[in-house]
Design a protein around this ligand. Structure first.
Ligand SMILES: C[S@@+](CC[C@H](N)C(=O)[O-])C[C@H]1O[C@@H](n2cnc3c(N)ncnc32)[C@H](O)[C@@H]1O
Length: 389
């Protein structure tokens, strides 16, 4: 069957790699999505194991449409009774990029009416809408006059991992965190450190990846489990195989933050993720952190002076740069921020620049290779420019 995995802008290629590793066929990279072909096993595995997917859709009908009345008739022509009964519930999400339709909410409402009317005409009654926890979540996507109707097999966004019960003020999206780790090319063969860990998202995603634990290992709710063709034996065997593929990991994963509350939240989230003992957590100012090994990956999501205000953001980033130069020789340091002038103040030349979005904020995810003094220097000459926009 034809399937579609949605993701965040900038993560399409890593998602395609993840799908390839799961055995997906006919992989096609689109904007914020990857199309692929697979069977029911792959559909279940994609939901459980993909680290960079937001949701997995199964398209059931595609048609051209330019008017609300035509949309109503086309939606009504789908046999919804083959997907749900009167006792089940449904919800509709609509996204539109079209000159023919103005409001996604209205498209969702029209579609809901079409489905409800089909049931009423057949049975005099209709299934209820439940937007939180429906049995069937329907996705309507209209691009220009091309409409794709899909069933949403995930139900709730896959970025909502079950472990993050608590968060700091500006937490990073879990899918973005996992994507950053995969984009960094970390082979799980050295230390991983987040020294501004906030709620611990980067370190927890790193640990799940390091030990090969599926990102949704703790999650119970997936819409496909409510579908009529749900195969509980297949699901159980997929989980059993995933568990047998958990791996050992011998390198430290470290999380630290200057804030007491952040450290406490990180520790609680680690407990909820059931990976106690796999991450060392410490309350420490980054300026005081000394890496315990000669080689590793340091990943930082510092305040941008947007949601978390900082008095002198340029001086703060300049101190980060000084610390990298003084203590992190042998490390690859990755920093994400939307604050380009502040990033420039780090005073080091990035060897990679990747554009990503943290919510609505356009960010740069920069790699700094920290050589020790005797080797090639990566200090920026004075006249160097800001990262490419
Ligand atoms: C944007 S938040 C990180 C959010 C985190 N990635 C998450 O998912 O929750 C930035 C964090 O940096 C911490 N921080 C700020 N200055 C710091 C410093 N000098 N040393 C260590 N941590 C610092 C803050 O306490 C805050 O928790």
């Amino acid at each position: 069957m034809n399937l579609l995995a949605k993701t965040l802008q900038g993560l399409e290629d890593v998602l395609a790699e993840e799908l390839k590793a799961l055995g997906a066929k006919r992989i096609k990279v689109l904007k914020r999505a990857v199309e692929f072909e697979g069977d029911k096993t792959l559909l279940y595995r994609a939901n459980l194991e993909l680290r960079t997917a937001i949701r997995i859709l199964m398209p059931i009908k595609t048609f051209r449409v330019r008017h609300e009345s035509a949309l109503y008739s086309k939606i009504k022509s789908i046999d919804w009774t083959s997907y749900m009964g009167l006792k089940e519930t449904f919800a509709i999400d609509a996204t539109i990029h079209s000159p023919y339709f103005n409001h996604s909410k209205y498209v969702a409402l029209k579609s809901k009416d079409a489905i409800a009317d089909q049931f009423r005409e057949k049975f005099d009654r209709r299934p209820n809408v439940n937007i939180i926890n429906p049995s069937l979540r329907i996705n309507i996507h209209i691009n220009d006059d091309n409409c794709i109707v899909s069933l949403d097999s995930s139900g709730d966004s896959l970025h909502r991992r079950a472990y993050r019960q608590e968060k700091v003020e500006a937490p990073i999206n879990e899918v973005l965190a996992a994507g950053m780790i995969l984009l960094s090319g970390w082979k799980r063969d050295c230390l991983f450190m987040d020294a501004m860990c906030g709620s611990g998202t980067l370190a927890i995603e790193a640990a799940l990846y390091a030990y090969n634990i599926p990102p949704q290992w703790q999650r119970d709710y997936f819409c496909f489990k409510k579908w009529r063709d749900f195969d509980p034996q297949l699901w159980a065997s997929i989980r059993a195989t995933a568990e047998s593929n958990f791996r050992k990991h011998e390198f430290p994963i470290l999380a630290s933050d200057l804030d007491f509350k952040a450290v406490r939240i990180t520790e609680r989230n680690i407990l909820t993720a059931d990976i106690e003992g796999k991450i060392e957590v410490e309350r420490k100012k980054f300026e005081k952190v000394e890496p315990p090994q000669q080689k590793g990956i340091l990943m930082l999501n510092p305040p941008y002076d947007e949601r978390l205000a900082i008095k002198d953001i340029k001086a703060f980033y300049s101190e980060i740069g000084d610390k990298l130069k003084n203590s992190f020789a042998g490390y690859e340091a990755w920093i994400i921020s939307s604050n380009l002038p502040a990033l420039k103040s780090i005073g080091l030349r990035p060897s990679r620049k990747i554009s990503l979005y943290n919510g609505t904020l356009e960010c740069k995810f920069l790699k700094f290779e920290m050589y020790d003094g005797s080797k090639k220097t990566n200090r920026k000459p004075r006249e160097d420019h800001a990262p490419e926009a």
